[in-house]
Design a protein. Structure first.
Length: 340
């Protein structure tokens, strides 16, 4: 066996994190700021949620909640399910994913292909005990050696970002980072990275970029969740409550980003920068540009490129679907930045 050099990663789990920080030339030059995206789509499971999955599993092992041969149970249709299933395979756990039956067959097929047991349940609101999250919790309690990952309220999610994503961003910018922008699903990324950066330098500006239809903008700006306007096609983000991962998060600023400009940013990134990304990534970069324009040149603004476009071929990258949603990616140069 060869000796392990720093260049060699140890298995799937050893490959999570330490993603590149990518400068976006067009947006940096247009704003006079450094606009830098953390390439989380290059994680081995393809998204930022590999980190949450790893953090949650490691923490559960340390606490003795997850034992050899155990089963990870989670309610999720998206990237967290993929991350948990792959981390589970690599560490010797079974994974059961409970999802609403409104989710696409594509997602169910993908989760099954990578080895998760998928249990679709009828869609029900959060307050209903039949909601998929509650079903996942009860299932984990019922089965032998079951563990409920609980990504929204299990703060091992946030802690992993405090320990990894935050320090990586600080190190990669040589400590020169002046701002961090992220959208919120569980809030683990925004809260974790912001907590770390604020501990390093309290004047680093921490910003939530929220889609319409979510309540985080209202929460951080005005301290209430009482908002119900608009909608977004962005998947994986759009939060209506203060999760445990978000409690006491040190956030300075919040912006709302409309899908109308998100889609133009998404296609700009693809066609001009060669970056094939998700809606949440485009919302994050819109937030970064908005901060750049509001506070002026010279900032070093970091954000998250959450996952790549392949997961959204039938939606964001399908012209018929875009038309049916009234979304138009056509634009003239960078004129759309004025609409953010
Ligand atoms: N973008 C995508 C595509 C996601 O799947 C998620 C996670 N749900 C996020 C952004 C937000 O990350 P977090 O859960 O850490 O807030």
């Amino acid at each position: 066996m060869i000796s392990m050099s720093k260049e060699i990663k140890n298995g799937f789990c050893g490959t999570i994190g330490n993603t590149p920080l990518i400068r976006i030339p067009s947006l940096s030059e247009a704003t006079g700021c450094e606009i830098l995206g953390k390439a989380e789509f290059l994680n081995p499971g393809g998204s930022v949620k590999d980190r949450a999955a790893m953090g949650i599993v490691e923490d559960a092992e340390q606490r003795g909640l997850l034992k050899p041969g155990g089963t990870i149970v989670e309610g999720t249709a998206g990237n967290t399910g993929i991350g948990l299933a792959l981390v589970g395979n690599a560490r010797g756990y079974r994974t059961i994913i409970v999802i609403p039956d409104t989710q696409s067959q594509e997602k169910i097929n993908l989760l099954r292909a990578i080895g998760a047991e998928v249990r679709p349940v009828p869609a029900a609101p959060y307050k209903d005990p039949a909601n998929y999250n509650h079903v996942a919790r009860r299932l984990a309690e019922e089965i032998d050696n079951g563990f409920w990952a609980n990504q929204f309220d299990n703060t091992a999610n946030r802690e992993y970002h405090v320990r990894t994503t935050g320090p990586e961003i600080y190190r990669q910018t040589g400590g020169d980072v002046t701002a961090f922008v992220a959208s919120v699903g569980t809030g683990g990324t925004l809260a974790g990275v912001s907590t770390y950066l604020k501990e390093k330098k309290k004047d680093i500006c921490t910003v939530c970029a929220d889609p319409y239809g979510a309540a985080m903008w209202s929460w951080f700006k005005h301290g209430h969740l009482d908002i119900d306007d608009g909608d977004s096609v962005a998947e994986g983000i759009g939060q209506g409550r203060v999760t445990r991962n978000l409690e006491s998060a040190p956030i300075d600023e919040a912006f709302r980003i409309h899908d109308r400009v998100m889609i133009k940013m998404l296609y700009h990134l693809l066609e001009t920068e060669g970056l094939f990304l998700s809606a949440s990534s485009a919302i994050n970069l819109c937030g970064a540009v908005k901060l750049a324009r509001e506070r002026g040149p010279g900032q070093v603004i970091t954000t998250i490129l959450c996952d790549d476009g392949q997961r959204y071929l039938s939606r964001l990258y399908n012209p018929d679907w875009l038309k049916s949603e009234g979304l138009d990616p056509t634009r003239r140069g960078l004129d759309f930045l004025d609409e953010i």
